[in-house]
Ligand binder design. Structure first.
Ligand code: AMP
Length: 302
């Protein structure tokens, strides 16, 4: 089945990350980058973002080599968005040491006519004002998904709640679901999120997997069991890439499609955490994705 193009806005960043297994400085990261590198296996992807003059051209070339349309990534005067994070042996929780918005602070996205015609939109983690500015310009979206993080729940909650009323699918991790809804229990938190508009709420729990809620269904999936985990950065975004990529091939959000999409999301996230930055996703193959999907079926069938 032919896939619709996915338009995604989000951060394209320089990440400095330390995990118990190593550290990297100013490496390619950002929610849109990880999303694009994962979703491109299922559908054509166009990114909307901004980078500074200091952004190495080789990073743009890598995204391009992955087949991602980078025509909507502007270069502005100033410095690229930077994120510095740290993980200890509990790899489920990133500790943000520093967030520098830099060129994203004054970013006013202006979509090309082609991008305005997109039907499937992913609002990857970035300022909800920017997410809304992109959505406002898309003429007739048929499916809108959105991710966020604690930084935006703390700084821009009102804007985020306005956005929630306009999205079909909302993704976040467990601590963000709790913070956004004010509910500790994740069933209640998901209910609170669904009451604000989305048809689906996907709550990611790191190595403990994902919960997928709709008004009348719940699907719970463990993470793929790995011996080698290097860096969890971007796991959420690559999950979203696999999930929405698979959904984009299908005209509806049937239970069967959604459940399979959750497994594809889980598979893409599992590959991403095997290396720093986008290294693993960049050399991933469709055969590897299919192989791990099958392994996952064996792991969870009873
Ligand atoms: P994830 O691990 O999937 O939640 O996302 C990690 C990516 O999010 C990193 O590559 C960061 O550059 C990016 N990131 C971190 N903080 C923010 C923020 N406040 N807004 C947008 N992107 C961010």
């Amino acid at each position: 089945m032919k896939s619709e193009r996915i338009l995604a806005v989000g951060s394209v960043a320089l990440d400095s990350v330390e995990t118990p297994f190593g550290k990297v400085k100013d490496t390619l990261g950002g929610s849109a980058s990880f999303f694009g590198a994962a979703a491109r296996f299922f559908a054509p992807v166009s990114l909307v973002a901004v980078v500074g003059e200091d952004f190495p051209k080789k990073h743009l070339r890598l995204l391009e080599k992955c087949g991602v349309d980078i025509g909507g990534i502007e270069t502005a005067r100033g410095k690229t968005f930077r994120w510095r994070g740290f993980y200890d042996y509990d790899l489920n929780n990133a500790r943000t040491l520093k967030t520098e918005l830099n060129v994203f602070q004054s970013f006013k996205p202006r979509l090309s006519p082609e991008h305005r015609a997109s039907r499937i939109v992913f609002l990857a983690n970035i300022d909800p004002d920017i997410q809304r500015a992109v959505l406002d310009q898309v003429r007739n979206p048929s499916l809108v998904a959105c991710d966020t993080m604690n930084y935006w729940i703390e700084h821009k909650k009102k804007s985020l709640l306005k956005l929630l009323a306009r999205v079909d699918i909302f993704l976040c991790n467990d601590s963000e679901a709790r913070e956004l809804s004010g509910e500790y229990n994740l069933i209640k938190a998901a209910r609170g999120i669904l009451a604000r508009g989305p048809r689906l709420a996907l709550i990611k729990k790191g190595e403990h997997g994902v919960l997928c809620f709709s008004q009348n269904s719940l699907f719970s999936v463990p993470a793929y069991l790995l011996e080698k985990i290097f860096d969890p950065t971007g796991a959420g975004d690559s999950f979203a890439g696999g999930f929405l990529g698979y959904v984009s091939k299908s005209p509806n959000l049937s239970e069967r499609v959604v459940r399979r999409a959750v497994i594809y999301g889980t598979v893409l996230a599992s590959y991403n955490v095997e290396s720093f930055s986008l290294s693993r996703l960049a050399r991933l193959t469709p055969a590897e994705i299919a192989g791990r999907y099958k392994e996952f079926q064996k792991l969870t069938r009873f």
